[in-house]
Design a protein around this ligand. Structure first.
Ligand SMILES: Cc1cc2nc3c(=O)[nH]c(=O)nc-3n(C[C@H](O)[C@H](O)[C@H](O)COP(=O)(O)OP(=O)(O)OC[C@H]3O[C@@H](n4cnc5c(N)ncnc54)[C@H](O)[C@@H]3O)c2cc1C
Length: 422
């Protein structure tokens, strides 16, 4: 019997999973394995999502005659241990871009060589794998989005793979316990969400910036954990939406080439000067800056572990350009709270907003109040998240300090300059 281990990481699905598909097509027995690494600290929202995704994956694998084997510890040690116990000849997994993933891949290669196990990496985390596209003028990755988008559109897309029909697990392996979960999630929910959202994608260009309308796909967590394949998501085909998936690939190839993205400025030669102001940082974190649209965003983040892209732009620009506080603080706060927290997308976007990234206009400033009037014209989004301003009608909610008697509201005055400069 030829046996392999498929090490799941953030490709928690059975449909269009190149590593799982190849294993099921080529060998007799497959051990689908997930290792919970205690070194990865996930916030409560993400932990719940992951637990639901693993339960769903186990269900799908069991329906096909297999199982999801769960282990705790270092993924490299555990994968090799399970491979040995199962008599496997090799390990397959999806290649990934972060420093953590690259380190895991390097250590796996060393351990597999030592144990005489084959190791195979598969694409599957992005539509176009990092490194597949290189600018004609030289360099190992694209630094600017528009030429990348053009090359990305022309790149032949991998065909979607079906879910395996049957999975044969070698006997005698203890399945291991799933983390507790209380909500259904994972691939099944992600695929329903995609199907439900598909018809709305046609209006994406008109609706995606409307804060209150919430008209985006909300597929980011599913894409981050790989409950939905990015190739499947791209099959929606509506260009403005597919362009967003290209941004995701863009930041993944940036991260693969520049693993210091979470810590160091991406743009060479940038001098960073950030203020140290714990009180202002605290006000930002907890939605008490006195600028309603900023505070609404930060409260939504705390409550839902999600934030609309426009609200991410507004809150991030306010932290870095108005409060002049370090983008790393903001990125860390987001990373702990976002369900879709993703090193490439989070740090790439934070650096873009802070002006240390690949933005071609790094000195751009956002006026949060003007943004609020434009993207939440009647104030519905702000009232939804700031109950203390629920009685302020219409767009006046964006500038409560202009009301005749603002002190009657249980809401702080702006911590800097009326929040409206810039
Ligand atoms: C400061 C800041 C931090 C961010 N942090 C993250 C993060 O940690 N994880 C994350 O997935 N996205 C992040 N984004 C990008 C974007 O805001 C979210 O992907 C998007 O809001 C998720 O909602 P959605 O799934 O409804 O997106 P949709 O608008 O429906 O877009 C579809 C998909 O395209 C991708 N996408 C969309 N916009 C971007 C973008 N600007 N950059 C990269 N990919 C994009 C996402 O995978 C998203 O799910 C960040 C943006 C900013 C400005």
């Amino acid at each position: 019997m030829r046996t392999v281990v498929v090490l799941f990481t953030r490709d928690l699905r059975v449909h269009d999973n190149p590593a799982l598909h190849a294993a099921c097509a080529m060998v007799d027995q497959v051990v689908p394995l997930f290792v919970l690494d205690p070194r990865i600290r996930a916030g409560a929202h993400r932990h719940r999502y992951l637990a639901g995704a693993l339960a769903d994956l186990r269900g799908s694998l069991r329906e096909r005659g297999g199982d999801l084997v769960i282990r705790h510890g270092d993924p490299v040690t555990e994968a090799v241990r399970v491979a040995r116990a199962a008599g496997a000849f090799g390990i397959g997994l999806a290649a990934d871009a972060s420093r953590y993933a690259a380190d895991r891949q390097r250590r796996l290669a060393t351990a597999c060589a030592r144990e005489r196990l084959a190791l195979k990496l598969f694409d599957g985390v992005s539509v176009v794998p990092p490194g597949a596209l290189r600018p004609s003028g030289g360099g190992d990755h694209y630094k600017v989005f528009t030429p990348y988008w053009r090359a990305w559109q022309a790149y032949p897309r991998r065909a979607e793979l079906p879910a395996p029909r049957r999975i044969a697990l070698p006997p005698g392996l203890a399945p291991g316990e799933l983390p507790d979960h209380d909500v259904p999630g994972g691939e099944t929910v992600a695929r329903h969400r995609l199907a439900a959202w598909r018809p709305a994608a046609a209006d994406y260009a008109d609706r995606h910036d409307d804060l209150a309308g919430d008209g985006t796909s909300r597929l980011s967590a599913a894409l981050h954990f790989g409950c939905l394949s990015p190739v499947t998501a791209a099959s929606v085909g509506v260009e403005p939406f597919v362009r967003q998936l290209c941004w995701r690939d863009f930041y993944h190839q940036v991260l693969a080439a520049f693993p210091d993205l979470p810590d160091k400025p991406y743009r060479p030669g940038v001098t960073e000067q950030w203020r140290h102001d714990p009180a202002a940082l605290d006000a930002w974190r907890h939605g008490r800056t006195g600028v309603p649209v900023v505070d609404a965003g930060m409260r939504q983040l705390a409550a839902e572990g999600f934030l609309h892209n426009r609200a991410r732009l507004i809150t991030a620009a306010y932290l870095t350009k108005h409060l002049a506080l370090d983008w790393r603080e903001g990125a860390r706060w987001y990373a702990e709270r976002l369900l879709d927290a993703d090193v490439a997308n989070n740090c790439g976007n934070w650096q873009w907003v802070a002006g240390t990234g690949n933005d071609t206009k790094p000195y751009r400033r956002f006026n949060p109040v003007r943004q609020a009037h434009r993207f939440d014209p009647d104030g519905t989004y702000v009232r939804r998240w700031l109950p203390e301003l629920a009685g302020v009608p219409g767009p006046a909610v964006h500038e409560p300090w202009r009301l005749p008697d603002p002190r009657r509201l249980d809401y702080p005055p702006p911590i800097v300059d009326g929040g409206s400069h810039g």
